[in-house]
Write a protein that binds this ligand. Structure first.
Ligand code: DQQ
Length: 537
């Protein structure tokens, strides 16, 4: 069996065809959201990279515009790679991106809108004085890229960060400028880590005292972030010592989510920080070429700091709920040990938004399996590989089978679930995405993804929440209201279109109550070509 052609997404952003990767330069200008992204105008594999451009008034429906930035000059002749937008105090947006020059060096260039009265900012001008930042002597010119949005320090100078590496060390290099034209490197990096190249850094405040530094790890293809204190006067960033910094660090997403970038959305009464991330395909390159497309953007997520200040919390932007259609509701249904039931009634659950809460009764908590001390040294993913969706447990695995075949999920299903362990007097909650039975097609990459969920079940009355956005080949899940997120790409061959089913399952010894479950059909987003105006709903 091969990957079905009907697995394009309905409401996750995708252009009509070809390859996409990193979101770039996201911003809101004159009430219009701009999404730029890495794009190959010639095919479904990475290459010939330009900044494709789409605009929206609601982050849901998009109008595709011609590429905004593409190779035109010696300083970007071999590609226009990732970068960011900054709003200057007079309201002019400026883009800084990585150009691949004639010698395949990575240099940083600026571009300005040609016509500020065009809310779509269709055309961008690259001044002749580019590049504005080149790799200095002794620096690795093929590992120097992805400038962040700039910010102004108390001295009025602009600052930004660029990702690079020094041997095995990933670095966030700080640069300063008075005029956005002449840039000087700071004496020391903002931060570094023993993880290999740092791509796509992002650095921003989450409240008055805390900053986030996120990096994308080229070697392992996942991202991690630290929370810390940033001293604006000395440009010193000090990550919270209580949090892991490096490969074991916190992640926005424990699944397929990379090269992400946030922007500050000031267009609403209450400003918010919105995160975009790219989800690559998990099928083969041959399948991508046959499909003619590869890559989607995750649903934009609002990012906030958790109440205890120890992690970020993410939630799909509220606008996405405007796509909700018919829905079914389940209230207070007990799922007995070893049982599952179908959430029936939706015309199709291949494009759906499911919100659920599960409750484990107090008396059942004792049944939780002991957390193996050997697991302390490994990550959540390894635990979930050892104890997948079909490995019977004490408390859990319980959760959803999504994109399941209509034979009770026998032939195909993707399991999104929780599993509760006992560790001394405490409970450890694991959230997993197990795609091992997701497809009967060959040649797929089907990694199990997992993260721990920081929830105190004693305080929640044994309750834990799950939201899953299902979109044909995307399963994007938010555990405990966005504390742990996992995006997974799957390619069902049976559970396609209106044949896809949704189930609740419980493979644990203890019973679990679904206190509520709302499953909504999702309408498709309107993604159109360069029309006069973006359609508003
Ligand atoms: N993708 C871009 C680079 C970046 C990488 C090239 C991350 O600028 O480092 O398409 O996915």
């Amino acid at each position: 069996l091969t990957v079905d052609d009907g697995l394009r997404t309905g409401y996750h952003f995708q252009p009509p065809k070809h390859w996409i990767n990193d979101p770039n330069g996201v911003m809101c200008y004159k009430g219009v959201y701009h999404l730029f992204y890495q794009y190959n105008p010639k095919g479904a594999v990475w290459g010939n990279i330009v900044w494709a451009h789409a605009v929206s008034t609601d982050l849901v429906d998009w109008v595709m515009l011609p590429p905004a930035i593409y190779p035109t000059a010696p300083f970007d002749v071999n590609g226009c790679w990732s970068g960011s937008a900054t709003m200057l105090p007079d309201g002019t947006p400026v883009i800084m991106y990585t150009g691949i020059d004639g010698e395949n060096r990575q240099v940083q260039n600026v571009a300005y809108p040609k016509d500020l009265s065009d809310p779509y900012l269709r055309e961008w001008v690259k001044p002749d004085y580019n590049p504005v930042i080149s790799p200095g002597p002794g620096m690795n010119a093929t590992a120097f890229r992805d400038p962040t949005t700039a910010w102004q320090g108390p001295d009025g100078l602009w600052r930004l960060v660029i990702g690079t590496k020094d041997n095995h060390r990933g670095l966030a290099m700080l640069y300063r400028s008075r005029d956005f034209k002449r840039w000087a490197p700071a004496n020391r990096a903002l931060h570094s880590g023993d993880t290999g190249m740092w791509e796509c850094p992002d650095f921003y405040p989450v409240n008055d005292t805390k900053h986030v530094l996120k990096v994308s790890l080229d070697l392992t293809r996942f991202e991690y972030y630290t929370l810390g204190e940033y001293d604006r006067d000395t440009d010193t960033y000090t990550p919270d010592p209580s949090l892991a910094d490096g490969n074991d660090g916190l992640r926005y997403d424990y699944g397929n989510f990379y090269a992400s970038k946030t922007f500050l959305d000031t267009s609403k009464q209450q400003q918010r920080r919105v995160l975009w991330g790219w989800a690559n395909e998990s099928d083969s390159t041959a399948a991508d070429i046959r499909k003619g497309w590869a890559g989607v953007q995750a649903i934009p997520r609002k990012v906030t700091l958790s109440l205890d200040g120890k992690q970020l919390v993410q939630w799909p932007v509220a606008e996405i709920e405007s796509l909700r259609g018919a829905h079914v509701n389940v209230t207070d249904v007990l799922v007995k040990s070893g049982h599952h039931f179908e959430v029936a009634g939706l015309a199709s659950s291949s494009q759906a938004d499911v919100e659920a809460a599960f409750q484990v009764m107090d008396m059942d908590m004792d049944k939780a399996e002991a957390f193996d001390p050997a697991w302390r040294a490994v990550d959540a993913q390894a635990v979930c590989v050892a104890r997948g969706a079909d490995a019977k447990g004490g408390v859990g695995p319980f959760g959803l089978w999504v994109l399941a075949s209509d034979d009770g999920g026998q032939e195909e299903r993707t399991a999104v679930f929780f599993r509760v362990f006992k560790d001394g007097g405490k409970h450890v909650v694991l959230m997993c995405n197990d795609p091992s039975l997701s497809s009967q097609a060959d040649g797929l990459y089907k990694p199990t993804f997992a993260g721990f969920v920081d929830v105190d079940l004693a305080k929640t009355g044994g309750k834990i929440a799950l939201r899953t956005l299902i979109d044909h080949s995307v399963v994007e899940s938010f555990g405990e209201y966005g504390k742990t997120c996992i995006l997974s790409r799957v390619y069902p061959t049976k559970a396609v279109g209106d044949k896809a089913r949704l189930y609740v399952f419980n493979n644990g010894e203890s019973d679990v109550k679904v206190t509520h479950l709302n499953a909504y059909e999702m309408r498709s987003a309107n993604i159109t070509s360069d029309a006069a105006e973006p359609t508003s709903r």
